[in-house]
Design a protein around this ligand. Structure first.
Ligand SMILES: CC(C)(COP(=O)(O)OP(=O)(O)OC[C@H]1O[C@@H](n2cnc3c(N)ncnc32)[C@H](O)[C@@H]1O)[C@@H](O)C(=O)NCCC(=O)NCCS
Ligand SMILES: Nc1ncnc2c1ncn2[C@@H]1O[C@H](COP(=O)(O)OP(=O)(O)OP(=O)(O)O)[C@@H](O)[C@H]1O
Length: 485
């Protein structure tokens, strides 16, 4: 049986067995391990780093918290890891400063961040002031679209710092420059940085000097190592953690009614040239999923004799329809440079796509289920395809560029989104579709952003690297999917 919380008491003797103790914690705990030094042990910076580094390696799924204050009262029910018993320290520990400041993005709070926050908690008696980056400060980071909302990052920092500290309060605020409260609050005394952000501390002190404010003592912690060859990282980093989250379930799935033996529906969304077709093909060929290509269905709506053609001619001008066929290039020229026109077109096309999908289902003896859930952006009633009764396939992937824009995802059990950074999408479109950069950008600006798509999705994939890497993400996603349905 696993316990939620554990306590590991370290002293000079059992320190030699640290790796083994952390491995035991990984096997016995489901959530969190508090670590505390008994009074006979010196809390050196090296030791603190070693504990967090080893935790990342030997119990990576456990939230390890090295406490600065007494553990008593923090949790009632914990499992003792190892034999060492907790001894209350005699006397109050003297803190060096009243108010300490530090900054960071703190996405997916990791063991490197914890070293920094631990140092601040160890030094400050009153306030630990933390600036948490937002907006343009995070826009250049790798996989920035997946960064947690600033409110969550701030909450995680406060939760961690106040849990490990004694009386000290943790005060967070969003920052949109590298200085934030560090050059505003007069009575700060020290700033905690890592070796890589030391220059930032110097810049803070320079500004404080120019404003006639006191200089901050600069406290440096060493980087906790980690390794990510794809991102070329040699330290534990949030970017690597974001990458590790690709293909994983990031948000709970929707409860969509599904009859016995009926397929489970997944929406596959993504911007232009993001890799949807590649992934859809792989899901079909490697994993045996059924794929309905809604883009293709949309294109058949423009063929000769389609009822839609007349409506499109009425809406966008007669010269759009040549010999009864919609000139897609001309139509593209109009709608991709005007969001309201694209919306009008979507409002014409998507109900037709749905109708076509229904027809196909009927022809192939498919059962059609209507999920009348409210739509998000465009007010469509959605009919979802079910695969033919005779088919053994259990999955249907609906591949649609505009899936989320149409609000269709709200009627699906789950939506997967594939993305690449905007600059890469532009590069691919220029290369693949022979468009100029500005035409490619126009097409992209007519779509919702990667961030909006990601925020509306359950699983996120990124096709920025080698094909094998994209496929590995898909395999991971499928493996987890098969376990949860
Ligand atoms: C501009 C700042 C705040 C942006 O933070 P950044 O995006 O780098 O945040 P991130 O979450 O990646 O890291 C936060 C802090 O943890 C440190 N850190 C990250 N990974 C590790 C690791 N593996 N080991 C040790 N420390 C680590 C970073 O070096 C940084 O100091 C920062 O880089 C900086 O320059 N700080 C110094 C000046 C400062 O503190 N200003 C604001 C005060 S409110
Ligand atoms: N690792 C990768 N995974 C997937 N696609 C990649 C990868 N690297 C490069 N690409 C390229 O990205 C381009 C877009 O891929 P694909 O056609 O699958 O995208 P799409 O989302 O279906 O595009 P659109 O909706 O614009 O038709 C292709 O030229 C593909 O070769």
């Amino acid at each position: 049986m696993t316990s939620k919380y554990g306590l590991l008491v370290l002293n000079s003797k059992n320190l030699q067995k640290l790796k083994q103790l952390l491995t035991t914690a990984a096997a016995s705990l489901s959530s969190r391990l508090y670590v505390r030094f008994n009074p006979d042990t010196d809390r050196t910076d090296d030791l603190v780093s070693k504990i967090y580094l080893n935790s990342a390696n030997f119990c990576p799924k456990i939230d390890v918290r090295l406490v600065v204050a007494e553990i008593a009262g923090k949790i009632d029910n914990y499992e003792l890891i190892g034999d060492e018993k907790y001894e209350k320290s005699s006397g109050k520990s003297e803190k060096k400063y009243k108010k300490v400041v530090l900054g960071g993005t703190f996405d997916r709070l990791h063991n490197g961040h914890k070293v920094l926050l631990n140092k601040a908690a160890e030094l400050a008696s009153d306030d630990i002031v933390v600036g948490v980056t937002d907006k343009e400060m995070i826009a250049k980071k790798s996989l920035f679209e997946m960064i947690e909302p600033v409110e969550i990052r701030m909450k995680n920092v406060v939760d961690f710092v106040e849990d490990i500290s004694g009386e000290a309060k943790c005060l967070t605020e969003p920052i949109i420059d590298p200085f934030g409260p560090s050059t505003r609050i007069q009575d700060l005394e020290a700033i905690v940085v890592s070796r890589e952000t030391l220059k930032g501390a110097d810049a803070v002190n320079k500004i404080r000097n120019e404003h006639g404010m006191s200089q901050l003592d600069v406290i440096i912690v060493e980087l906790v190592e980690g390794n990510d060859e794809i991102l070329n990282e040699t330290k534990i980093s949030s970017s690597s953690r974001r990458r590790a989250d690709l293909g994983r379930l990031l948000k709970p799935t929707r409860q969509v009614p599904r009859g016995n033996g009926k397929p489970y529906l997944i929406g596959l969304a993504g911007g232009i040239a993001s890799g949807k077709s590649h992934i859809a093909k792989y899901l079909k060929e490697k994993h045996g999923f059924d794929v309905i290509d809604c883009d293709k269905l949309a294109h058949t709506c423009y063929e000769k004799g389609s009822v839609l053609n007349q409506k499109i001619a009425e809406h966008f001008g007669k010269d759009i329809v040549i010999d009864g066929v919609v000139d897609r290039k001309k139509l593209g020229g109009i709608v991709f440079s005007d969001k309201s026109k694209l919306r009008e077109l979507s409002e014409l096309v998507w109900p037709e796509v749905r109708k076509k999908a229904t027809e196909i289902a009927e022809q192939s003896t498919a059962r059609v289920v209507v999920l009348g859930k409210a739509q998000k952006i465009l007010n469509f009633e959605v009919k979802i395809l079910k695969i033919p009764k005779k088919s053994k396939k259990q999955f249907t992937v609906i591949e649609a560029a505009a899936l989320i824009e149409a609000g269709w995802h709200e009627a699906l059990a789950e939506t997967w989104t594939v993305f690449v950074p905007a600059e890469e999408a532009v590069r691919r479109v220029v290369e693949r579709d022979n468009l100029t950069e500005s035409q490619a950008k126009d097409r992209m600006s007519s779509q919702i952003s990667n961030k909006q798509r990601i925020d509306a999705s359950n699983v996120v994939l990124c096709s920025l690297w080698k094909y094998e890497e994209t496929r590995a993400q898909v395999d991971r996603a499928v493996e987890e999917l098969l376990k949860r349905i």
